[in-house]
Design a binder for this molecule. Structure first.
Ligand code: BTN
Length: 261
């Protein structure tokens, strides 16, 4: 077995070893924990200690899993994939890391399980309006920690999440190989991250638009400067910002909360 995978349970080690050639920067160092607060925090600590780009932190459960905008991310033991990677992108590439990860997770899930999912700006992977995976990119001076949470098995999610969440197994009605999902998502991410670094960001944006088809053309609502606005989500631009049409104005939303109506 590849030395980088020796700390992994067999469920992950076997598919990661099989996919090794395609894992690129994610094939070198993978740390597995039975329990952590947040894999993003552990990866951030490694990054601050000069860890190489590509370091992977994987956990069986998180006790303080985080989502965007200060939300928590339910991380019941064994029911999902909770993974963070250390990246050191250029300033331009960093703008598209979340978009690239959305494409990679969508494609990784499809190649591991056959399940078709779509992306929802800025950081969700969904099936029929229910969230199946989320992405949290946290940047610091010289690195980005990219965290990915994927619901694999139906689990006892908190009531506020349960009605809006789904999992790969709930959608397919059969068990899936969690290790294979991880390996395929990381292999796809390695590929998309390489494209970003080779100035082929256009490919990623194009791939994202195709995977966002059910969401584009829908009405969205957001707040800015204390007032509420609505418009139609038309596209994302080459920096990953959401382009919304309001009457005869076009608005560019870079981050923050958007409600899809
Ligand atoms: C979101 O949808 O708001 C983002 C969810 C991101 C969850 C993942 S799970 C692995 C990593 N560690 C965390 O604490 N969060 C991310």
């Amino acid at each position: 077995m590849t030395e980088a995978f020796t700390s992994l349970p067999e469920e992950f080690a076997a598919p990661m070893t099989q996919a090794r050639e395609r894992l690129g920067i994610f094939a070198n160092r993978v740390y597995w924990y039975s329990e952590v607060g947040s894999t993003n925090d552990i990866a951030g600590t490694f990054a601050e200690k000069a860890a190489d780009e590509g370091l992977v932190v994987l956990a069986e459960r998180q006790t303080a899993g985080r989502g965007r905008l200060g939300r928590s991310w339910a991380s019941p033991p064994g029911a999902g994939i909770y993974v963070s990677v250390v990246l050191r992108p250029s300033v331009d590439a960093a703008k598209l890391v979340t978009i690239a990860a959305g494409v990679a997770v969508t494609d990784g899930i499809a190649s591991a399980t056959g399940l078709s999912t779509h992306v929802k700006w800025p950081n969700d992977v969904q099936v029929s309006g229910r969230k199946l995976a989320g992405i949290l990119a946290e940047g610091a001076a010289n690195h980005v920690v990219l965290g990915i949470g994927i619901n694999v098995q139906p689990a006892a999610y908190p009531p506020d999440v349960a009605s809006r969440a789904t999992s790969i197994e709930a959608e397919l009605g059969r068990p899936v190989d969690r290790g294979l999902v991880l390996a395929e998502c990381l292999a796809s991410l390695a590929n998309r991250y390489r494209e970003l670094n080779q100035n082929r960001a256009g490919n990623i944006v194009e791939a994202w638009r195709m995977r966002a088809a059910p969401m584009l053309g829908r009405r969205v609502e957001w707040e800015s400067a204390g007032s509420r606005h609505t418009g139609v989500a038309e596209n994302i631009d080459d920096d990953g910002a959401l382009i919304v049409k309001t009457g005869n104005e076009t608005v560019r939303i870079r981050s923050g909360e958007v409600r899809w109506l």
